[in-house]
Design a protein around this ligand. Structure first.
Ligand code: DGL
Length: 245
């Protein structure tokens, strides 16, 4: 059974974890929620690289990962190349905004991408896709993690309304470029109107499956899931409830 480590700054990774378990129920999963460093999206590339290097080295001491999933767009576009370089025997799976599937159905002008500031600055596809509109939502990841038991909380809805309200009726599709936002599809629709929403959880899980299937016993449906936090252990209960919801 492969040891699969997922990393994110918090609950965003749990959305990816759920899909990975559904698609690959034959791994030993550890979800590392780096709440101590939330929000990743407001940090510089070199800060994120330092944090991630340290996290991977620390985790390797007690969890011998074969595969690492960056369940986070921000880490993927800032730290993936460096991590692959450092850990040559480990397979890495990244998370990127689902811009390609959205472009398969809509024109650039019809698509809104929402993501962290770091992802909008560093993601190659965002920067190459001229004419696509990107809106950073710097506070949203924190708001999600602070309100996991009520994702319709007034502070989330007020922030969405203030940040996205002017775009109502202007776009036909929304690409969720931050894994924390995957849990807010209905909330985003309630602000933007009738839009098709694209997330990348299934793409990540299918990429993981590709690596896992290279193993003989990959069809056995036995798996293990552990969740850990880097800062506040009181969050564990909230994260477990969210994962099981
Ligand atoms: N969930 C992360 C992402 O996909 C980052 C959120 C944050 O910590 O800013 O980019």
């Amino acid at each position: 059974m492969k040891n699969v480590l997922l990393i994110d700054s918090g609950s965003g990774g749990l959305n990816v974890l759920k899909e990975c378990v559904a698609v690959c129920p034959c791994c030993n999963f550890l979800m590392f929620c780096d709440d101590k460093n939330l929000p990743y999206g407001q940090k510089t590339k070199s800060e994120l690289q330092k944090i991630t290097k340290q996290n991977l080295e620390n985790i390797k001491r007690f969890f011998d990962f074969d595969i690492v999933v960056f369940a986070c767009n921000t880490l993927t576009c800032t730290c993936l190349d460096e991590a692959r370089e450092q850990w040559k025997d480990v397979c890495f799976v990244g998370t990127v905004p689902a811009i390609k599937p959205a472009l398969g159905k809509y024109t650039r002008e019809q698509i809104l991408v929402i993501a962290t500031e770091a992802t909008i600055s560093h993601n190659i596809l965002i920067n190459k896709t001229k004419g696509i509109f990107c809106k950073p939502l710097p506070q949203l990841a924190n708001l999600v993690d602070a309100n996991l038991d009520n994702l319709w909380a007034d502070e989330i809805m007020a922030y969405l309304q203030q940040s996205l309200g002017d775009f109502r009726g202007k776009f036909k599709a929304v690409v969720l470029g931050c894994t924390h936002y995957f849990a807010l599809k209905e909330q985003i629709r309630s602000v933007l109107g009738d839009v098709e929403i694209f997330d990348s959880a299934n793409g990540v899980a299918r990429r993981l499956k590709f690596f896992v299937e290279q193993e003989k016993d990959a069809t056995s449906a036995s798996y293990q899931v552990q969740i850990m936090t880097s800062g506040n252990s009181n969050l564990l209960g909230v994260f477990w409830n969210f994962y099981n919801s």
